[in-house]
Design a protein around this ligand. Structure first.
Ligand SMILES: *Cc1c(COP(=O)(O)O)cnc(C)c1O
Length: 380
């Protein structure tokens, strides 16, 4: 271990990303896989994950903003990239110049894309995002006829090319929920209506991770998984689906010391030593993405053993109890907060304790946390 090792880091296993993409491809059958790398690939690094996913057989990448898409292009990624959440004043000219597929959710969005395409004299590639019941992003049913007639004109003029139509599910994590079928039926109906306007998308897609893994009937031409790519089951109560968590969050023991019976540890002395003991100081706290609400409720793996966190989580540190027998733990050792190796604490456990989902847990490490990679030598 070199002294250059960061105090607190996430390590992303790109072999796990590749493994998870292969599992998703199996479930997708004949459908292509678009890997969702929004929010910097759920905090795993969009460029590195994007490259590893494409090398493992993903066909396309999906992001929310144009700037996320441009970052991937700037890194040399040439695969199709869809950006689906932008305001009407976004830089559509830059998206068109970089051959980014633009998701539109309203007539106003489509007008903005039209202006940019006409100004540059380049056909814009557009994907319609349809609201089939999530009532979030996507073309509303009231706006739909206006979007279709404008699109019909723009396609005829070759200002716009219609690549795809897609929608997003509200209840995919409950595979038998009746709203899933309502959304599927609305989606199919909306595609049929577009055909009445002479509009024929090349591909249509609906399924996120949960639907990809549990509803093969919804695969259409492409699936659009995010969280499963990162190795976290979208429905942990059903199965882990053989996925491998890609992110390990770890820190290096900064100090090992004795604490006498009756002494309190950390702010507020919420933990009082019941007997003489040895504790280890871990330089990771709530500024690094360890929720303060987990204080005294988690355990960290050091070597082959788990040690309980004692007392409050502070801004940049927490303490674990090594017990009577410190089992060789010493300054500089790595302590795993959560990870993907056998015996590692799991992000899902943190999510349960915080009454949230593991998506939010893996998006939490930030600030001084340094991100590194293992696996896929030659890809990064
Ligand atoms: C985030 C997102 C996905 C991926 O969802 P997961 O549950 O992470 O698989 C797919 N499609 C859209 C539109 C999204 O916003």
């Amino acid at each position: 271990m070199s002294s250059a090792d960061p105090q607190v880091e996430t390590v992303v296993d790109l072999d796990a990303i590749a493994h998870n993409v292969r599992i998703l491809r199996e479930h997708a059958g004949d459908a292509a896989v678009m890997v969702v790398v929004k929010a910097d690939a759920y905090n795993h690094g969009a460029v590195q994950v994007g490259r590893a996913a494409l090398a493992a057989g993903a066909a396309e990448l999906g992001v929310t903003t144009i700037s996320e898409a441009l970052e991937l292009r700037a890194a040399g990624i040439t695969a199709p990239i869809l950006s689906w959440l932008n305001t009407s004043d976004a830089d559509y000219a830059a998206a068109i110049a970089a051959d980014i597929e633009i998701g539109v959710s309203s007539t106003a969005h489509l007008r903005a894309v039209e202006r940019a395409a006409r100004a540059s004299g380049t056909t814009a590639t557009v994907t319609l995002k349809l609201d089939t019941g999530l009532n979030r992003n996507g073309v509303s049913s009231a706006d739909y006829p206006h979007v279709l007639s404008l699109l019909q004109e723009l396609v005829a003029e070759r200002v716009v090319h219609l690549r795809a139509m897609f929608s997003h599910l509200a209840h995919a994590d409950q595979p038998q929920h009746p709203v899933i079928d309502v959304q599927r039926d609305r989606f199919v109906e909306a595609i049929a209506v577009a055909k009445e306007y002479g509009l024929q998308p090349e591909v249509v897609h609906l399924a996120n991770s949960a639907a990809t893994l549990t509803r093969p009937d919804l695969a259409f031409d492409m699936v659009r998984p995010g969280i499963a790519v990162y190795g976290l089951s979208p429905i942990p109560e059903i199965s882990d689906f053989g996925l491998r968590p890609a992110m390990t969050f770890r820190a290096r023991v900064a100090l090992v010391k004795r604490v006498a019976q009756g002494e309190g540890v950390s702010y507020g002395h919420e933990w009082i030593a019941p007997h003489d003991t040895t504790v280890a100081l871990i330089p990771a706290g709530y500024a690094d993405g360890v929720p303060r609400g987990l204080g005294g409720r988690i355990a960290l793996r050091i070597g082959d053993a788990e040690y309980p966190n004692i007392g409050r989580v502070c801004m940049d540190q927490l303490v674990v109890d090594l017990g009577e027998n410190r089992q060789g733990v010493q300054e500089g050792d790595r302590a795993v907060l959560f990870g993907g190796a056998p015996g590692d604490p799991h992000a899902q456990r943190w999510a349960e304790l915080m009454d949230t989902i593991h998506y939010e847990i893996v998006c939490s490490p930030r600030g001084r946390v340094v991100r590194g990679y293992t696996g896929q030598a030659g890809v990064v």
